[in-house]
Design a protein around this ligand. Structure first.
Ligand code: FAD
Ligand code: UDP
Length: 380
């Protein structure tokens, strides 16, 4: 008898498997429909021996010391600060929009102070910021919004930014200085030997059994377990009782090129050209040296693997109904990006999973203080 059947071997499922097995001595079966662990963060060496991310670029960044220290038990790190350029008006310029972006785009020599004045002169003030259009237009005006955000967002989501929640484009800040990093988090690093190696370490425990290429629905009748942790799409769990929750998908076109370098930074965004949104060159992320280079193009798709919950009011309403069902389902815990329908980064999913573990431990008679102590000790 397994104590927990965990559906999905991504960050959410793997963190819980590791905590429950090592800190609470629980017997775990973790199943995934895919042929590998790691969920969307899975990476592997391709046929040319280059480490690539099968499901698009995954850059780790967090402000949470707890999350960083937790994962540090399973990997060493390689410092990496992510930089992105956008192809706009025939130039490659920094995104997030910063002082250099505007100066290069318009052939100006503004100072930070003058750029603030420039933004103030073109911004369209809003009483209430509601949509992804409002966020950008209220800061940098309509022209820069059209150049950098409108086309990209329509391509990525197949919705105009005016119909998408503000939280989507709010992920990308605007700056008046020359900082060209994509993220400003305290901790920015890539797992030294890749994500999959890190997941292997998390899951290599005697109490954890892994079953791949398996949909949990094929086995729940025949394999006994006490409770379930579910990290797949929440609407699928309830057989789409209230209808389908929209998830946005992507098609990844991987390519290896017979040249050591393809582009000047890890990611180049194409807001207004091409059918793909961005091109990633993996060697920048991994630090690998190789005479060839591997890249991936991301083509947004309506159907396919569910990658992004779509943040807009009607979807939030529909999710609320599924959340009520989930809350009323005893013995099943819903966690992760798909099961809680949240546009979460990896660190947020780790934090959510650690919180669920703490709650499960508190609910039971496991000694949580001892667990926390153990976590702090292994992290230091
Ligand atoms: P997942 O990784 O999706 O894992 C869920 C698992 O459940 C999957 O492996 C799936 O196969 C399995 N499953 C589903 N249904 C079933 C079933 N019926 N039976 C068995 N198994 C099932 N985050 C960052 O922090 N930085 C980034 O740079 C970043 N880039 C991203 C780029 C892309 C293109 C995408 C799509 C996401 C990116 N993310 C990034 C987000 C990151 O991928 C997620 O936060 C994280 O992987 C979510 O982990 P999870 O465990 O919730 O879900
Ligand atoms: N975005 C944009 N132009 C860009 C970069 C981002 O319009 O050059 C918008 C777009 O809607 C995108 C969102 O901001 O989906 C969030 O961007 P992020 O890079 O965080 O997307 P992710 O890496 O999660 O796909």
């Amino acid at each position: 008898m397994f104590d927990y059947l965990i559906v999905g071997a991504g960050f959410a499922g793997s963190v819980l498997a590791e905590r429950l097995a090592t800190q609470a001595g629980k017997k775990i079966l973790i199943v995934d429909t895919r042929s590998h662990i790691g969920g969307n963060a899975y990476d592997h060496y391709n046929e040319e021996g280059i480490l690539v991310h099968r499901y698009g670029p995954h850059i780790f960044h967090t402000n949470s010391r707890e999350v960083f220290e937790y994962l540090s038990q399973f990997t060493q790190w390689r410092s990496y600060e992510h930089r992105v350029l956008a192809s706009v008006d025939g130039q490659l310029v920094p995104i997030p929009i910063n002082l250099d972006t505007v100066n290069r785009l318009y052939g100006l020599k503004l100072t930070s102070f003058e750029l603030e004045e420039f933004f103030a002169s073109v911004a369209e003030p809003k009483d209430y910021i509601r949509t992804s259009e409002d966020v950008v237009v209220s800061k940098v005006g309509r022209e820069l919004y059209e150049k950098f955000f409108r086309g990209y967002t329509r391509k990525q989501w197949d919705i105009d930014p005016s119909e998408l929640d503000k939280s989507v484009t709010a992920r990308v800040p605007t700056r008046t200085n020359r900082d060209d990093r994509y993220f400003t988090d305290t901790y920015q690093a890539m797992p030294l030997y890749g994500y999959t190696r890190m997941f292997e370490k998390m899951l290599s425990q005697p109490n954890i059994k892994i079953m791949l290429n398996t949909d949990y629905r094929e086995i729940i009748e025949v394999i006994p377990y006490r409770e379930m942790i579910y990290t797949g799409p929440v609407d699928q769990f309830f057989d789409y009782r209230y209808g389908k929750l929209p998830y946005r998908s992507l098609e990844f076109k991987h390519e290896t090129i017979n040249t050591p370098v393809h582009q000047p930074v890890a990611v180049v965004n194409y807001p207004n050209q091409h059918l793909y949104t961005r091109v990633t060159e993996f060697k920048y992320l991994t630090g690998q040296e190789h005479p060839k280079t591997s890249i991936v193009y991301e083509y947004p798709r309506e159907s396919g693997d569910p990658y992004y919950p779509v943040p807009r009011p009607e979807n939030a309403e529909l999710y609320k109904k599924y959340k009520e069902l989930a809350n009323a389902t005893t013995g099943v815990h819903f966690v992760g990006r798909l099961a809680t329908y949240k546009y979460y980064n990896m660190d947020q999913v780790v934090a959510q999973a650690l919180t669920l573990y703490t709650n499960l431990a508190a609910r039971s008679s496991w000694n949580i203080e001892e667990n926390e102590h153990a976590l702090a000790a292994t992290a230091s």
